[in-house]
Design a binder for this molecule. Structure first.
Ligand SMILES: Nc1ncnc2c1ncn2[C@@H]1O[C@H](COP(=O)(O)OP(=O)(O)O)[C@@H](O)[C@H]1O
Ligand SMILES: [Mg+2]
Length: 405
């Protein structure tokens, strides 16, 4: 097996060829099928955000393998060993919206349509709005969810109705290794229990903190962030291994409520070497993967046209997010999945994993058919492997790129 250095050197040798392939591919881009207007009221929407190359990427000579075609397509060039000798290919993915390296947090926040959700949640009960960031560690999940929280904090107060003013409260906790920990109590209590009773999940031991002013909200969110970071520093980067769930509860004068939930998910990358040598981290990693797999199953069940049972009991994470999957006459839910990816060649295997993870969320019924038509077109000379959908041939060493003779 080649070392990382060999692989990177190999990829860099091919930089010009790969970038030329990407340019050729770009010439053949086609516009994606139009989204019909119902797409925006879809219960699940998927966005992709590509972070810029970081200094550490540049220092190692890495370059970008991702091209963003606004408003909603991402092209990703990746290594493949489909033919003897290895090769690379470009795949095309559609989402409800895509953000390139230059997109600002304001642009992202605006496109997700959060202000409209906040208005609805403040004006009537029965809404469950959830935004979650999914992706490998280091791709901008915390960067983006923090920015969303900051903007939400201001908007909740500027959009507050003049009468029938609802009461606000906040909870914040993280789930790691199948256990939940309060992020607003310091020193931390015993793990928070997550149980289900009478059709909803309950959290004995979790502190629910009243919010009267914007300053209260800023202070509480700051405290949660700080505690997460402190624990992470003390305990070997736990923040990348835990799901962080912040919920703004909006209680209306009728006694019913709406919720806005921001989720910064644990890193979706495969276990690292360090993890494999630490039994506690192996257990955590199994639980994290179980949660992310259960999340995928719940989203697919929610999208299914055959009224499938939603398997929300299969992990702590999905128990917590149950309201975001379920629809009932009394409650409406909306889930926004923001897939964060790195453009760097070093991260190509995990980028592929993230794009594969979100693909089924887009492909239901007619949409699947349209997408498959769109994606079989536009192939360039070196692009023979760019079929829409699945490709299990990604090499285990992401940097081992060999061009076809
Ligand atoms: N869109 C972006 N623009 C600039 N820097 C970014 C962007 N997204 C992420 N970063 C930077 O990348 C690094 C990793 O981001 P972070 O949010 O901590 O990733 P994650 O939470 O997914 O592990 C941080 O230094 C962050 O500031
Ligand atoms: Mg993070």
């Amino acid at each position: 097996m080649a070392t990382l250095q060999d692989s990177l050197a190999n990829a860099l040798k091919n930089k010009a060829v790969i970038q030329n392939h990407m340019r050729q591919h770009q010439k053949c881009w086609e516009a994606p099928p139009e989204l019909d207007s119902s797409a925006f009221s879809h219960p699940i929407q998927v966005f992709v955000r590509v972070r810029p190359l970081l200094q550490r990427d540049r220092d190692s000579g890495a370059f970008s393998l991702v091209m963003v075609q606004p408003p909603r397509t991402v092209h990703f060039t990746h290594p493949t060993n489909r033919w003897t000798g290895g090769c690379f290919a470009t795949k095309t993915y559609d989402a409800d919206g895509v953000f390139d390296e230059e997109a600002t947090n304001d642009t992202v926040y605006g496109r997700l349509g959060l202000q409209e959700m906040i208005k609805q949640a403040l004006s009537e009960p029965g809404h469950e709005f959830c935004v979650m960031a999914y992706g490998q560690t280091g791709t901008g999940k915390t960067y983006t969810t923090t920015a969303i929280e900051e903007r939400l904090t201001a908007d909740v107060f500027s959009l507050m109705p003049d009468e029938n003013i609802p009461k606000l409260s906040l909870t914040a906790f993280e789930i790691r290794g199948g256990k939940a920990y309060d992020l607003l109590s310091d020193p931390s209590h015993n793990p928070v229990q997550i149980t289900s009773a009478n059709g909803s999940s309950t959290y004995p031991g979790l502190g629910k903190h009243g919010v009267a002013t914007q300053e209260d909200l800023v202070t509480l969110l700051g405290k949660a962030k700080e505690l997460r970071m402190t624990r992470s520093t003390v305990k070997n980067d736990t923040s990348s291994r835990s799901h962080c769930i912040v919920t703004l509860h909006i209680e209306h004068t009728t006694g019913d409520g709406s919720d806005i939930i921001i989720v910064d998910l644990a890193g979706s990358e495969r276990s690292s070497y360090a993890t494999k040598n630490d039994p506690e981290r192996v257990k955590e990693s199994i639980e994290t993967n179980k949660g992310l797999a259960a999340l995928k199953d719940c989203i697919r069940a929610r999208l299914s046209t055959s009224n499938q049972h939603i398997p929300w009991r299969s992990s702590k994470l999905t128990m917590v997010l149950r309201g975001a999957f379920e629809q009932s006459p009394a409650r409406s839910s909306k889930l926004i999945v923001l897939a964060c990816i790195s453009p760097s060649i070093i991260d190509s295997e995990d980028t592929m994993g993230t794009l594969k993870y979100i693909t089924p969320f887009q492909l239901t019924g007619d949409a699947a058919l349209e997408a498959s038509k769109h994606h079989t077109g536009g192939s360039s000379r070196l692009d023979h492997a760019s079929e829409w959908g699945h490709d299990d041939s990604v090499v285990s060493d992401p940097l081992m790129i060999i061009t076809r003779p």
